[in-house]
Design a protein around this ligand. Structure first.
Ligand SMILES: [Zn+2]
Length: 341
């Protein structure tokens, strides 16, 4: 089987593929539009109804690596978010995966005018990167190749913010799935709805999600306690944080937060004495007994966070690189008139 590395069209006739590849319609530009444009990685949004054949070929290609994937042909109701890198950068992907967070974070802080976190190591990384890319031709840097993607139902009544995710095998174990998951939650945040991935998840998918949820929940709780310490003038009195509070801040569903806390071993079960209820005319008072209560253990989150330090989770999604399409006056008018109706 021969598969085009640009549009995923397939054939078992080698000469047909050679002809196709020389004139593939997406050779110079992939379908859809760029919605995330960082120095090394791009995310493109492809509307499944406008680019049906492309979406079908992509889904079929992904099926080779997934057991649970079930949509191949009815792609019209889905958007596809493609993770792409330039042809030149595919060759140095290992380097990018380990160096990216530092240099990208430095670039982002430099852009925001904060020079304090720009370190010499990140400058060195950028210099190395320049060396690698300087010898590449313009076309190698502009030609993009898909290395993974996720699909998302355009209208989901179950708040699914992701239907299927796949990073192609040669590019796995670099934290790229996490970049895509972060982007799916970015979309949920923008739409002000809680998000969760469609079930069932593959074993690999669930592991990626639990790792993602755990780090986001840990960061959220630690930031919350830090901020709270500051406002209390350094006192040790902490305000309580509930799972609902975490969900409000992260757009992660309560059930998924519980999974993350269990993964960090940070959900502690306590048996507390329950007092006898007040007498009511209708119901008899409940008997005094033991009730089960769960609390979030801050020390255990700290422990988990400390163990994770130094391990590179992969490229971080930097919101400054997310592109939001500005609507034209005509489009705005039609949106307003639809709302009025
Ligand atoms: Zn092609």
């Amino acid at each position: 089987m021969y598969i085009c590395d640009t549009c995923m069209a397939y054939t078992d006739v080698p000469t047909d593929m050679a002809t196709h590849m020389s004139r593939c319609r997406y050779k110079h530009e992939l379908p859809g539009r760029v919605v995330y444009n960082s120095p090394y990685y791009q995310i493109r949004k492809v509307d499944g109804s406008k680019h049906q054949f492309y979406a079908q070929c992509l889904s079929l290609f992904a099926k080779l690596f997934l057991d649970s994937k079930s949509i191949f042909f009815s792609v019209q109701n889905f958007d596809f978010y493609l993770l792409t890198v330039s042809v030149a950068n595919i060759r140095v992907l290992d380097k990018l995966a380990t160096n990216y967070p530092k240099s990208a974070a430095a670039a982002a802080t430099a852009a925001s005018g904060d020079a304090s976190s720009g370190t010499s190591s990140s400058k060195q990384t950028e210099a190395e990167y320049d060396l690698v890319t300087a010898v590449e031709s313009e076309s190698n840097l502009s030609e993009q190749r898909v290395i993974g993607f996720f699909s998302k139902e355009r209208v989901s009544f179950d708040n699914f913010n992701l239907a299927c995710i796949n990073v192609f095998p040669p590019f796995q174990k670099r934290g790229l799935g996490r970049l895509l998951i972060s982007y799916s939650y970015y979309l949920s945040r923008k739409a002000h709805v809680l998000g969760t991935p469609e079930r069932p998840l593959s074993q690999h998918g669930l592991a990626s999600y639990i790792s993602y949820w755990s780090s986001v929940v840990a960061d959220c709780v630690l930031k919350y306690t830090r901020d709270n310490m500051n406002t209390n003038g350094g006192g040790n009195q902490l305000q309580r944080i509930s799972i609902q509070d975490i969900s409000d801040m992260t757009y992660i569903m309560n059930e998924d937060i519980v999974l993350a806390l269990q993964n960090m071993n940070a959900l502690v079960k306590e048996e507390v004495k329950e007092e006898a209820g007040l007498t009511s005319r209708r119901k008899p008072p409940p008997a005094a007994g033991l009730a089960v209560r769960y609390t979030i253990s801050l020390p255990r989150i700290h422990e988990w966070h400390a163990r994770r330090q130094g391990k590179v989770p992969g490229p971080t999604l930097i919101e400054g690189y997310c592109l939001v399409r500005k609507r034209t006056k005509k489009q705005l008018k039609s949106v307003i008139s639809k709302r009025k109706r």
